[in-house]
Design a protein around this ligand. Structure first.
Ligand code: PMP
Length: 433
């Protein structure tokens, strides 16, 4: 009798409605596949080279430097030395006064900063425009806040001269973009440089986005975690510096991407108090404090970068130089085997065309998985090389239009990229023999 009543209690739905339809996560599946099968992992986005010495030295100093208070809570909205130096840095970048206490807040990685933006600014029924392809968490985060994502794709325009495509060849159709804005639109998510394509939005493209935001009174959630990873002398342009945009933009950054230490999970937001005050409300009612020691060390690193700003010794100058070389190696490897790379202008990701490899992968007609999923799974299991299917970065409605690509991460040691090249070369030989 007792067990029956216990069973009755267990039959109640436990999952909150806001989790409906967002329970699957590509990273859980592909990180496991990579851990099980890969010899060379170019899947998830993290460097396999060490972070700079000045970062680990700063942490050691924070840890053992005699200030035991660094082991205790710090200011909830950001450790004072970190928000102060971030304010100084962004004053330089945005050309305006930034108050460390009201215009900057520290978060547990950029991921949490994004979550705060949607929770604090998006209501039930609000629409949020997302540019495809997009860092996949934007969609479930909008939905968890009760909002409706509205997608607009970057459309590829292959160059006519037979040259390799660049991420700059993926562009928004201005009329299509404008058609997505309405009185229901609360915000647009901009990610430049863009994960997964590596697109760095041009001044013209940002100008159009800014114009639409101002015209329709729309907020801009600007995910700029790859702000320092821009190649070929291109410049990362900041939408918050456009006329009328500061008051409606939240800029998001990440120490993980900036200092090649993704495990640190220190992120931040910069923006006007009228927006940040609501992010602070979410923060004080959820996480409340971020790790003090990590913030102290990141603050020291930003002090260093502030001093060396624009100089050859600056990490923000050195890192993109090193990554550009790695990008070029991977471009060469992929092009050499017919896996046409789309040359990224920024980030440490590269998307490649796998349409010439269809005959390698068994066609399972019973499977409703898109080709790029089947390909990426087959490749890691049979070749030991891990990458991520591009359709992951699209909404359900548009996924099936983009199944001929996979994404690689090239923030890797030279030896790792060489091992990837060896796998690809061997594969090509097997195909031709
Ligand atoms: N935004 C983008 C575009 C990203 O690619 C990532 C990490 N892959 C994040 C945010 C999250 O950054 P963090 O590790 O600082 O949480």
């Amino acid at each position: 009798f007792l067990s029956l009543s216990l069973q009755a209690k267990m039959s109640r739905t436990v999952q909150a409605r806001r989790l409906e339809g967002i329970d699957k996560n590509i990273w859980v599946e592909f990180v496991k596949l990579a851990a099980t099968y890969s010899k060379v992992n170019l899947g998830q986005g993290f460097p396999d080279f060490p972070p700079p010495d000045f970062l680990t030295e700063a942490l050691t100093r924070a840890f053992g430097g005699g200030n035991h208070m660094l082991h205790q809570y710090t200011r909830a909205f950001g450790h004072p030395p970190l928000v102060k130096v971030l304010a100084q840095f962004y004053e330089k970048l945005l050309g305006r006064d930034i108050d460390p206490m009201t215009n900057v807040m520290v978060t547990v990685g950029a991921y949490q900063a994004l979550f705060y933006c949607f929770q604090a600014l998006v209501d039930e029924g609000d629409e949020v425009i997302i540019i495809e392809p997009f860092f996949d968490c934007y969609e479930p985060m909008v939905k968890m806040a009760g909002g409706t994502p509205v997608f607009v794709p970057l459309r590829p325009n292959p160059p006519k001269d037979g040259k390799l495509m660049s991420s700059a060849d993926w562009q928004l159709d201005p009329a299509e973009l404008a058609s997505k804005f309405s009185e229901r639109t609360k915000a647009i998510v901009l990610n430049s440089p863009n994960n997964p394509l590596g697109k760095v939005f041009s001044r013209g493209e940002l100008g159009l986005l800014a114009e639409l935001c101002v015209k329709h009174d729309v907020l801009c959630i600007s995910d700029e975690v790859y702000e320092w990873l821009v190649y070929d002398g291109k410049q990362h342009i900041r939408i918050a510096s456009f006329q009328g945009m500061w008051d409606r933009t939240v800029v998001i950054g990440s120490a993980g991407k900036t200092f090649s230490a993704t495990g640190w999970k220190v992120g931040w937001v910069v923006g006007p108090d009228r927006l940040l005050q609501h992010l602070r409300t979410v923060h004080q009612n959820s996480v409340y404090h971020c790790a003090t020691i990590a913030q102290e060390a990141v603050a020291e690193c930003f002090q260093r970068e502030l001093m060396l700003y624009g100089k050859p010794e600056s990490y923000f100058v050195q890192l993109p130089k090193e990554l550009q070389q790695k990008r070029d190696w991977l471009v060469q490897s992929l092009d050499g085997v017919g896996m046409k790379p789309i040359i990224p202008e920024g980030t440490y990701f590269l998307v490649a065309d796998i349409s010439q490899f269809k005959s390698d992968v068994p066609d399972v007609s019973s499977s409703d998985e898109p080709y790029d999923y089947r390909f990426a799974k087959w490749m890691v299991k049979n070749k030991g090389l891990a990458a991520i299917p591009l359709s992951t970065f699209y909404s359900k409605a548009h996924k099936n239009n983009y199944t001929n690509f996979i994404r690689f991460c090239f923030a890797k040691e030279e030896a790792t990229l060489k091992a990837a090249n060896d796998i690809l070369q061997k594969w090509k030989q097997e195909k031709t023999s």
